[in-house]
Structure formats: C-alpha cells, structure tokens
Design a protein. Structure first.
Length: 375
C-alpha cells in the first residue's frame, strides 16, 4: 500500500502531489470529486484518469477512511459513532438533527490536553492530534456510508480536542469542507470552537473565513483559571482583544461575522445575575451571540446543572442588554453524546509536551498544559 492517504489531501495538497509526479495540477480537480462528492475509494473506478496514471497512484498512495466501531441513536434522534483510528485508538463523532439543519460534530484530537473542569473529554487525558484524513474521514464516513442520516448541512469542530492545537490539519480539513470540488459547504455552515489559543486564533483569522465559537464559561480570570486552565496563559483581556481582532478586517479586506460565546451553566459557580451583568460588560461593542449550555453530567464530576430558573434569569439579563442569547437544548444525553460528554478511547501518552506534539507549528503556546474541552 502506498504511503500517501489521498483522503487527507486538500486541493493544494493534491495539486502538489500531481506536480511532484510530473503531472499537471488540474489532475486534482479530476480526483477530488470522486473521493469526497461521490465517496469512491477505488482508483480504478475513476475513469476520467488514464490507466497508466491510476497505476502510478496505486503504487504510491491509498484511500483509507477510519472505521466505525459502534453506532448509537438517542431518543431525540441524535446519532453517535465511535470511530477506530489506524493505531487502534478511538474518537467520537455526533450527528444532531434540528429542523432544517443537519449538524455533524467532529473531533480534532484523541482526547484533549486542556483539562477543562466541566468536560469529560479532558478528564481522560490526551494522546495525539488527528491527521487530516482522520478529521475529514468523520464527515466522509457519515456522508457516504450512513444511509439513515441525511446529507450534512453544517459541521462544527466541537468534538474531542482543541482544534487550534492541531492547526495545520484542521485548516486543511476545513478547506475540503468548503471546497466546491469536495463537500461544498458555505463558510457560514462551518464553525470552529476554541478555548482561546490566541496565536492560533490570529492565524485562523488570516487563512480561513469560518465561524468562530469561543468556549468561555466565566467572566473573571480567577474562576476561568479553574474552569478553563488555558486561561492562565491567555487571560480574558487578551482573549477578548483577539476576538475583537477576529471580527474586524481580515487579510482579504472582508470582515468576519459575529462570534458565538459558549457558556456552560454550572449551579452556584457561574450562573449568578452579577456574572451575567459582567458578561454583558465584556461583550459590549463586540458582534456576538451567546449559547447558554446546561451542564451535561458525567461520572466523577463535582458540578451540577444550573436550575432552569437560574438559566432563564441569566438569559433575560443578556437579552435585555441586546445580546442574542440562546439556551442550547441538551441532545443525546442518553447515549453520552451531549456537549462535554464525549470520551472515545484514549491511551494516555506519558511525557507529553506540546513542543513535540504532532503538527506543532505555533510559537508562544508551549506551556499551557503544564498547569491544570473545548465546547
């Protein structure tokens, strides 16, 4: 089997592959639709490519998606797949139907290194970044092998892991999601959720137009240090400054849309009227909306979900201040598919350091994990 998995090459990567073979870059436009639009894995079926070129491709490349281990369906119609990777570890991917939308929640890492206190993924540890083919492979599998699921209209990178700590692979996978030769999703229908890795957030602004969601959960540094430990490296003033940069001018002269701020509601921790008013002050003048997320419990967690009365009171304060605010429905709780409940199967890697993590490229993010998930 060839060394290159064609499933993981975006248009730029596919063009580079063909140029390296002495072929014209346009060959990429011939093969990408077979793989991503039509779900074809057999090179011999790609009849708009000559037999000789197909033989050369077979010698150096392959088309291998990850494998579905199990599939669960919740009472509310949410689907969850446990997906096995080439090294035997597993991630989880979730499909959420909601009226006219069909959203796929995609993972970007095996586990998560951020150790957010309210997230089950963070409690299991971290092993590695997903490759491009493992990220886009989740969308490929659901789109092309799961006949019970309609076509995907939205993708959110809100599954296992912090997407911005796997920057290159995540951007390449999103390129495929947006490419008309592949999945052809509008940038308005692809959302990346981050806990706030600021150098990568600024890089994202320069290279991708996708929607941004920020996993916030507190409005003062002392509390956010406990709930979202990466805040100790990138505190709230710096995070909100980066968010304001993100919604101003991008490198093409355009502007990004409003940012979604995700706020998990924890009883007696972050759900007081004073904290709601503090959030109003933080968001003043920033194009934004807020998703209030009722906490989804998991074994061993010390937190409880805020009462509906407290959630409604918090939401009313934000709405009265003119901030678009939605209380997110808990989906898929009965199959462990709700926000913050994804666990997969992670073999912890000892001696992990972000300096040597696969795909590392950012400066200034080398110690955020030394102190104790994303959306």
């Amino acid at each position: 089997m060839g060394a290159v998995n064609l499933l993981g090459l975006d248009r730029h990567g596919m063009e580079a592959l063909f140029v390296g073979m002495g072929e014209k870059p346009f060959r990429a436009t011939q093969i990408l639709p077979w793989i991503h639009r039509m779900g074809v894995l057999d090179l011999d079926a790609m009849t708009n490519i000559g037999k000789a070129l197909r033989a050369r491709l077979r010698a150096m490349a392959h088309l291998t998606p990850p494998e579905i281990l199990s599939h669960s369906v919740a009472a509310d119609g949410t689907h969850k797949w446990v997906i096995r990777l080439h090294d035997g570890q597993a991630i989880e991917t979730v499909y959420i139907p909601d009226n006219e939308r069909a959203t796929l929640c995609v993972s970007s890492q095996v586990g998560c290194p951020l150790k957010c206190a309210f997230c089950s993924t963070g409690t299991q540890g971290f092993n590695r970044n997903l490759t491009v083919e493992e990220i886009i492979g989740q969308l490929w599998l659901v789109q092309h092998t799961q006949t019970a699921v309609p076509s995907i209209s939205n993708v959110v990178l809100m599954g296992m892991g912090e997407p911005l700590l796997n920057f290159d692979n995540v951007v390449a996978a999103m390129n495929l999601m947006l490419d008309d030769l592949a999945y052809g999703l509008s940038w308005r229908h692809v959302t990346l959720s981050t806990a706030g890795v600021i150098p990568a957030l600024d890089q994202l602004r320069a290279v991708s137009p996708v929607n941004l969601a920020v996993s916030l959960h507190a409005t003062d540094d002392a509390l956010r240090d406990q709930l979202v430990p990466i805040n100790r490296k990138y505190p709230l003033d710096e995070l909100f400054a980066a968010c304001r940069r993100y919604v101003t001018m991008d490198t093409t002269g355009g502007s990004h849309r409003r940012i979604t701020f995700e706020y998990v509601m924890l009883e007696g921790v972050n759900d007081s009227p004073e904290q709601a008013r503090s959030l109003v002050r933080r968001l003043r003048g920033l194009p934004s909306k807020v998703n209030l997320i009722p906490f989804n419990p998991f074994p061993g967690s010390p937190y409880r979900r805020s009462s509906q009365q407290n959630i409604d009171r918090f939401r009313t304060i934000l709405l009265d201040a003119g901030i678009i605010t939605i209380t997110r429905k808990a989906r898929g709780e009965d199959i462990g598919a709700a926000c913050g409940q994804l666990v997969g199967q992670v073999a912890k890697r000892s001696g992990f350091s972000p300096k040597n993590r696969p795909g590392a490229r950012l400066l200034g993010d080398t110690d955020e994990h030394s102190t104790p998930n994303t959306a």
